[in-house]
Design a protein around this ligand. Structure first.
Ligand code: AMP
Length: 191
């Protein structure tokens, strides 16, 4: 298996680059944001619990996310690999992910962070809000999501960096230029 974690701030292009990775490498895409939006649409219990939290730009509780992810891993054990997009967002989620993968004899192969300047993130998210229909792509919630990212997710990234496992892509670029960097990282890993 080839297992990739793609992380970075809201608006850093994780979804777009994940789609390209899926197209080129055939990995199974797990986007926790997409999963939660599907739960909301379906009117499920999880969806009901998550709707307000997402609209306010806060994080859905770790237990809910970890259970959701665990189910996906078990259901898709036969995939060529996973791309985890939007997970882990907290240190507890990062620890749980290592354990869940170990449980199926797997590990994270590539930890990738997308680096984008703050003002570019805000611009991109506001632009996306004009067509995405997402309740959280508005100025106030965007700032909240970026603050939540700094508080909860940056420590995860700093932890990964401190273990020497982090690879970085600059996405103050075009989609193609960023993907070229990611391809180099994946090819270097495959050796
Ligand atoms: P995203 O589509 O990744 O930007 O996620 C949209 C929203 O879903 C986030 O702002 C959170 O409210 C929620 N969410 C997505 N992934 C997670 C996660 N791993 N942990 C907690 N909340 C999450």
């Amino acid at each position: 298996m080839l297992n990739i974690v793609i992380t970075g701030a809201p608006g850093s292009g994780k979804g777009t680059q994940s789609d390209l990775i899926v197209k080129n490498y055939g990995l199974y895409h797990i986007s926790t944001g997409d999963m939660l939006r599907a739960e909301i649409k379906a009117g499920s219990e999880i969806g009901k619990q998550a709707e307000q939290i997402i609209a306010e730009g806060r994080l859905v509780p770790d237990e809910v996310m970890i259970e959701m992810l665990h189910k996906q891993i078990l259901e898709h054990k036969d995939a060529k690999g996973f791309i985890f997009d939007g997970f882990p967002r907290t240190v507890a989620q990062a620890e749980a992910l290592d354990k869940m993968l170990a449980g199926v004899g797997e590990k994270i192969d590539i930890l990738l962070v997308m680096n984008v300047k703050h003002e570019t993130l805000v611009e991109r998210l506001i632009l996306r809000g004009q067509t995405s229909g997402r309740a959280d792509d508005n100025k106030e919630t965007i700032e909240k999501r970026l603050a939540v990212y700094t508080e909860n997710t940056l420590p995860v990234i700093e932890f990964y960096r401190s273990t020497g496992r982090l690879t970085e892509a600059d996405n103050n670029t075009t989609v193609d230029e960023c993907f070229a960097q990611i391809k180099n990282i994946i090819e270097a890993h495959k050796g």
